[in-house]
Write a protein of this length. Structure first.
Length: 217
């Protein structure tokens, strides 16, 4: 069996595009993978197209060989970022393809099943309203009503999303900003109750001093 083509699509999401890809073979077996990262979906798309050309004609069953080849081939443009997104997406697709070819689920290729079910938590559930206590509490309650037993969110998002907008920032937060994040987090907890898991995301936007202070609080 040989790889004949690799196609990639940008699928519109709530805020950013999802980067999906599909590997085709001469035996008609295909594999699907995801190479999504944000922002820069078009950069990842280009990386997948370039990486895909490098594996045409190869045996898709040699998953580790192809991973290593791509890692070495793309090393000079950086063994991280868009390159690794592309390699990861192709790796997923190859495992999907190999599982189909062998007639086994992918988890059997990764050491076998460990559990029969997993907990699903809600992420990116805060899609409307303002960054205030009432809107966070209202939408968190909707998440619980939908049946989720856990949720993740970033209570600092309203204050500290620089991503290059302020190169002088030290990723710190004023006391009032910290208080607002605390009140938002408290409102979410009170809305969903004690029996729901809550995960706090910071998107690497806190400096060491603030992060330690929050851990201690």
């Amino acid at each position: 069996m040989k790889i004949t083509d690799v196609k990639v699509w940008l699928v519109e999401g709530v805020k950013y595009n999802w980067t999906m890809l599909k590997i085709y073979t001469d035996e008609g077996i295909t594999g699907v993978g995801e190479a999504t990262n944000w922002p820069g979906s078009q950069i990842v798309e280009a990386a997948v197209k370039d990486a895909g050309k490098r594996i045409i004609g190869l045996d898709p069953m040699k998953v580790d060989f192809i991973w290593t080849k791509l890692y070495r081939d793309l090393n000079w443009v950086g063994p991280y970022g868009a390159s690794m997104c592309a390699i990861s997406g192709i790796d997923m697709a190859l495992l999907d393809l190999k599982g189909k070819a062998l007639g086994v689920p992918v988890y059997d290729l990764l050491g076998g099943a460990f559990r029969t079910k997993i907990q699903l938590y809600a992420n990116y559930w805060f899609t409307g309203g303002g960054h205030n206590v009432d809107d966070y509490a209202r939408q968190a309650l909707e998440v619980k009503k939908a049946g989720f037993t856990g949720l993740k969110f970033d209570p600092f998002a309203h204050t500290n999303y620089f991503y290059g907008e302020d190169l002088d920032t030290n990723l710190s937060l004023t006391k009032s900003q910290q208080n607002k994040a605390y009140e938002v987090s408290k409102a979410v907890r009170e809305a969903v109750g004690e029996d729901m898991d809550i995960m706090i995301e910071t998107h690497a936007m806190l400096n060491f001093k603030v992060a330690i202070a929050w851990r201690n609080d």
